[in-house]
Design a protein around this ligand. Structure first.
Ligand SMILES: [Zn+2]
Length: 479
């Protein structure tokens, strides 16, 4: 009996990949002196924010997110819907009597999926659930029909001769290890296979769990390599073709994709400022990205992140709380096609980047908050760890360390700015990621309340304390 339980526990932890992040034991040696006392004194204001979100603001973050998601649905880069949803967010914020809002124009890609059909023809006829990857070219109208080879890894593929690849569709069937590790197959498979003469690639969806839904995402072609169509297939269909292939059965697939890459469009980053009372030039940034994939509703990725970041200035304004530094809430545009909005922001604001005290983004789910994923010096981490102690009552005091705390802001933390992502109970995040399953049903009102409260209070304390968050000595890691 005991043994059985043990085995089950083991297999669950393998499936639900625990993030490989370090919790810093060296934080035990933090010695902040009087600053620790100063940070502890924010307990009252943190409690008032928590009480407000559990009281008059209860359910508001979820309700506003639902209104937004239900009204606009998917908001892909280059679409009119994305621009309309940005206008809506600006107006929604103005309605809260917050006037300091600007949008900054950004040129963004405009890829359109079009119609897609994937069919297994041999050894038997079966529909395959597939989704082309962002930036993939389409097929000729009649489609591409070819024999399939199934390969588990790039290593294995490197040992297969050009003769065995030429003219074929390569199915990459890598087992899910961790998103950041396994997604290399999504992003690069097409060019890897095209170099040996493959005519298309199909990639097992990057997910630890599946009910036969394909997961899309961005891919990129290498320069000077023939472009071939590339798409995600479900875990189930990839594994099916793997079994057929291992039995020596001849597999034939037809792929029809009418994807097009159109001229770039103009989109916008949205900046909402709650001006600081003493050092308004200094910024504590909270953020999320407005755009989503064209499948699903973008409720989780990243409506939740946008709405807890929208809640920060709204809650502080309603409570008449103004920190010493400015709090800037940013809604990035065009994250999905490759951090386009954040990259444009970094370039445009580079000469004032020394004014960013701390930058935060929530783009890995807004499930129950657990703490923050922090990048910064030991001293910076000590200060943030002390701030996180204020969230013990809601079990959100954990500090985990990562060099890349969250998608968009990685562009800015790479220049030496300390920052954090929302650490949350997101074990199921990649189940829904970039699928039709990314809907409001993934979101929970109480978890969004906790996330909004914690996000707001953490930003407030960091923006108000007497010291700046220290930076690394070599400020610009980027050359
Ligand atoms: Zn995202």
């Amino acid at each position: 009996m005991l043994l059985k339980v043990f085995v089950i526990v083991l297999s669950i932890s393998q499936v639900y990949s625990v993030p490989k992040r370090k919790s810093y034991s060296d934080l035990k040696s933090c010695n902040l002196g009087p600053l620790a006392k100063e940070i502890a004194s924010y307990d009252t204001v943190v409690r008032s924010i928590l009480d407000y979100v559990r009281g008059p603001f209860k359910g508001k973050t979820y309700a506003e997110l639902a209104k937004f998601v239900d009204k606009f649905g998917a908001r892909p880069s280059g679409s009119d819907t994305l621009e309309q949803s940005i206008d809506y967010l600006v107006q929604l914020t103005r309605d809260e009597n917050i006037k300091d809002i600007v949008t900054e124009e950004v040129k963004v890609p405009h890829w359109v999926r079009g119609k897609e059909q994937f069919t297994l023809l041999k050894p038997r006829v079966k529909n395959i659930n597939g989704l082309g990857f962002g930036s993939s070219i389409g097929t000729p109208p009649e489609g591409i029909t070819a024999e399939v080879i199934v390969v588990s890894s790039f290593d294995e593929f490197s040992n297969i001769s050009e003769h065995d690849v030429k003219g074929k569709i390569v199915v990459f069937d890598p087992k899910f290890v961790e998103y950041s590790v396994t997604n290399i197959y999504r992003t690069t498979a097409a060019s890897v296979a095209a170099k040996k003469g493959a005519v298309a690639t199909l990639v097992r969806s990057i997910t630890p769990f599946s009910i036969n839904s394909p997961h899309t995402g961005q891919q990129s072609y290498e320069e000077n390599v023939v472009k071939i169509p590339t798409a995600a297939i479900t875990v189930e269909d990839a594994d099916l073709m793997r079994r057929m292939f291992e039995r020596g059965e001849k597999i034939e697939v037809q792929i029809q994709m009418s994807a097009t890459t159109n001229d770039d469009k103009i989109s916008r980053n949205t900046l909402i400022d709650l001006k600081g009372t003493e050092r308004p030039e200094k910024l504590v940034i909270v953020s999320g990205h407005v755009d989503s994939w064209d499948v699903g509703q973008g409720a989780m990725d990243n409506g939740g992140g946008v709405f807890i970041s929208w809640a920060v200035p709204v809650i502080l304004q309603r409570l008449n709380l103004r920190p010493k530094r400015t709090i800037r809430s940013i809604f990035w545009t065009a994250e999905e096609p490759g951090l386009i909005g954040a990259t444009a922001y970094e370039a445009k604001h580079r000469n004032e980047s020394h004014n960013i005290d701390f930058i935060m983004e929530s783009d890995e789910g807004t499930f129950a908050p657990l703490g923050l994923v922090v990048t910064g010096t030991q001293e910076a981490r000590c200060i943030i760890a002390e701030v996180l102690k204020l969230f013990e009552s809601i079990n959100a005091s954990t500090l985990v360390e990562s060099d890349s705390p969250s998608s968009d802001i990685n562009v800015i933390v790479d220049t030496g700015v300390p920052g954090a992502g929302l650490y949350n109970a997101n074990d199921r995040y990649y189940w829904f990621h970039h699928t039709e399953g990314d809907t409001m049903n993934v979101e929970d009102p109480d978890e969004l309340d906790l996330g909004a409260a914690m996000w707001t209070a953490a930003a407030y304390v960091i923006a108000d304390i007497s010291v700046d968050i220290p930076r690394a000595q070599d400020k610009a890691k980027r050359s």
